[in-house]
Design a protein around this ligand. Structure first.
Ligand code: AR6
Length: 180
């Protein structure tokens, strides 16, 4: 199993599934959610609206994960997982940890071989990037300890959109920069 830390835009990742730090409404928002909807095109929002109209009338609670198609993106699936919002008192790290493990579980059920994550919670929802990175590292390592021999996933990409997140991911995953 390979873990890569890359600096860039998650919408450009050539992986089977990208994870969206979604809004619980599933109907889009700012940050990475906006970037994903903009790059995927209207098919993604249409699919999300359909979920709201059918199986998920209340949207999706923090920590859960749900897959859709990926519209015009290079990925095959978008896995939507709303993080906990610190600004409304959702400060339980376990909920953030579940975003990572439940997304891996959903990706694995789909047969995905590679999955890319953003720093869920580290933007509008107010989590310190170092905490997000360390929670992600523990969650991902623990998940693979259990499922390494039964999962289709063999590559996980952590996508950092800024310096602070990149440093935090490198520290938490013990992956120094190799290009300098
Ligand atoms: N690729 C990778 N990472 C990105 C990108 C991108 N294109 N754009 C931003 N990031 P946020 P949250 C980083 O705010 O904190 C939305 O409105 C960003 O720098 O997107 O979980 C949703 O609809 C940061 O490090 O997600 C929800 O309402 C990280 O992605 C709410 O914000 C997460 O920032 C979710 O807040």
């Amino acid at each position: 199993m390979h873990i890569d830390i890359v600096r860039g835009d998650i919408t450009e990742q050539k992986v089977d599934a990208i994870v969206n730090a979604a809004n619980p409404s599933l109907l889009g928002g700012g940050g990475v959610d906006d970037a994903i909807h903009a790059a995927a095109g209207p098919a993604l929002l249409a699919e999300c609206r359909k979920l709201r109209a059918t199986t998920h009338p209340d949207g999706l609670a923090s920590g859960l994960a749900l897959a859709t198609g990926a519209g015009d993106l290079p990925a095959r699936w978008v896995i939507h997982s709303p993080g906990p919002n610190r600004h409304v008192g959702q400060t339980n790290p376990k909920t953030l940890s579940q975003c990572f493990t439940n997304s891996l579980y959903v990706a694995s059920r789909l047969g995905a071989t590679s999955v890319a994550f953003p720093a869920i919670g580290a933007g509008a929802y107010g989590w310190d990037p170092e905490d997000v990175a360390s929670i992600a590292a523990h969650a991902i390592h623990e998940w693979f300890e259990t499922y390494l021999h039964s999962t289709s996933i063999h590559r996980v990409v952590l996508v950092a959109y800024n310096d602070k997140v990149e440093s935090a991911f490198r520290k938490a995953f013990n992956t120094p920069r190799t290009d300098s």
